[in-house]
Ligand binder design. Sequence first.
Ligand SMILES: [Zn+2]
Length: 297
Amino acid sequence: MRDNFAKILVSILIAVSALALGFFTISLLQHKKVVVPAPVVVEQKQNPERKIIGYSVEKRTIEAYVYNGGGLASAMKKILFVGGIHGGYEWNSVVLAYDLMDYLRANPDVIPANLEVTVIPNANPDGVFKIIGKEGRFNLTDVPAIGDQSPGRFNAHNVDLNRNFDCNWSVKGMWQGKSVGTGTAAFSEPESQALRDYILANKPDVAVFYHSAANAVYGSQCKNGILPETTKVLNVYAKAAGYKAVPVFDAYKVNGASEDWLASQNIPAITVELASHKTVEWEKNLLGIRALLEFYK
Ligand SMILES: [Zn+2]
C-alpha cells in the first residue's frame, strides 16, 4: 500500500516536472519569437501621396497631393501648384487643379525623375463650399449657373486670404475698387497658416497660383523686386500657354498677397489668371505646365 502510494507520488512529481519543463520551453520559445526580427516590409509610397496640410475656419480639410518623379530625394526639385485661394468666386481655378491631378495620375511619366510636383487644389474650401454647396471634389455640373459668386472669394471669417500673407500686410485691403477683410494680422487665418507651414516645411523651388479672370500671367515681388528666376518662369509659362506675361500686377495696389510673400522667402512664384470666371482653359495651361516641367528637368 505504502509502496503504491510512493509510486503514485513519484509519478505525480514526474508529471508535474514534465509539465513545468514544457511550459518553460514554450515560454522560452515565445520569448525567442519576439527577438527574431520581423521581415522588412518596404513601404511603397503612394503616388500621389495625399497629405492634409491644415483645416479651414469651418474645419474642412486642406489637402496636398504629391506626385514624385522617383529620383533621388536629395536631388529633387519641387514644383507647387495652388488653386482656389479665392474660393468659389474663382472655382474654375480649383477645377483646373483637379484636371492637373487627373492628368498626372493618368500620365505619371510626364514627371521627370528629378521632380516632385505638389498640387493643393483648394486652398479655401469654405469659400468654395459657399458657392458649390459640396464638400471635397466637385464637377462642372455642381456649379450654379446664376447668382453673385463674389461672397465665395472670402473664407468663413470674411477675409480675403490673398491679403492675409506677410508681405506689406495691411489692415486695409483692396480688391478692385472695394475694401476687403485682411484678417487681424498677417497669417491670422488657418488657411493661410496651412499654406505658409507647408511651404516653409517643403521649400518648393517654384510655385504657381491659379486665379481668374485677368487673362495674364504675373510675377511676384515683396521688398526687393522681382526674383530673376520668377521672370524666367513667368515667360516660360506665359509663352507656352499663350497668355500675356506681366512682371508685376499693377492694376491696383495689393498688400499681403501669397505670391509676394513667397518672393520674400526667395521662392519664385507666378500667378496664372484665367481669362474668365467660367472657363477652365486646361489645354492652354497643360502647355504651360509641361514647359515648366521641362524647365526644371
Ligand atoms: Zn483671385
